[in-house]
Design a protein around this ligand. Structure first.
Ligand SMILES: CC(C)(COP(=O)(O)OP(=O)(O)OC[C@H]1O[C@@H](n2cnc3c(N)ncnc32)[C@H](O)[C@@H]1OP(=O)(O)O)[C@@H](O)C(=O)NCCC(=O)NCCS
Length: 176
């Protein structure tokens, strides 16, 4: 689950004359982006082997509207064959009626189209969250103690992302 985050401004420290200097820096400055783009390919080769790996982030965003009004969204991305669901939020007045479940399934479908074979997500460790994700085929793979503001979170994985159609669904489509 993603949260709005505020970032702290850069803090300038006096650099010693010569030698290494350490300081807090601007997030995502042009120079830092250039450094990452230059250095990552060689570091990736050490881990993944061949060159030319695709690290493009493909956003996956699905929404539900009721009479035109936005009532639910699921926001995430697909990178390197894996989807991560960052946010899923249903308007309070619409919860418990199946909107979140349908949106979660749609998110997985769209993530699969964008190249994902699996989906990860993090959620607070509550009975309701556990029920919701387990019902939709997610399996708990880790506990994250005191993850946000001292509250335990869980990491869930759904793989394969799309389950094969059930016998009933095949029958309904006229198959065997
Ligand atoms: C979690 C959430 C996306 C589910 O969507 P939904 O439309 O309410 O869910 P559905 O109707 O498809 O399924 C109902 C199940 O959702 C879960 N659920 C319902 N309300 C919930 C809530 N306020 N918080 C967490 N889970 C909830 C329960 O498991 C419920 O099953 P139950 O009836 O056995 O308790 C939605 O409740 C929500 O937006 N909650 C607040 C934000 C949040 O916790 N997002 C997930 C962060 S990882």
């Amino acid at each position: 689950m993603r949260r709005r985050r505020s970032t702290s401004p850069a803090v300038a420290d006096a650099s010693p004359p010569g030698g290494l200097a350490y300081r807090q820096a601007e997030a995502e400055s042009k120079e830092i982006r250039g450094f990452l783009a230059r250095e990552w390919p060689a570091a990736d080769r050490d881990v993944f082997g061949p060159d030319g790996l695709d690290w493009t982030s493909r956003p996956v965003v699905v929404e539900a509207r009721d009479g035109g009004e936005l009532v639910a969204v699921a926001v995430g991305e697909v990178v390197a064959g894996t989807a991560r669901l960052g946010d899923i939020l249903v308007a309070r007045s619409q919860r418990g009626g199946g909107v979140g479940g349908r949106l979660l399934e749609l998110f997985c479908e769209r993530a699969a189209v964008a190249g994902a074979a699996r989906c990860y997500l993090r959620c607070p460790d509550t009975p309701r969250h556990r029920r919701f994700y387990q019902r939709h085929g997610f399996v708990r793979i880790a506990r994250l103690p005191r993850y946000y503001h001292g509250k335990d979170f869980l990491e869930y994985l759904r793989e394969p992302l799309l389950s094969p159609p059930s016998r009933r669904e095949r029958h309904d489509r006229g198959g065997r």
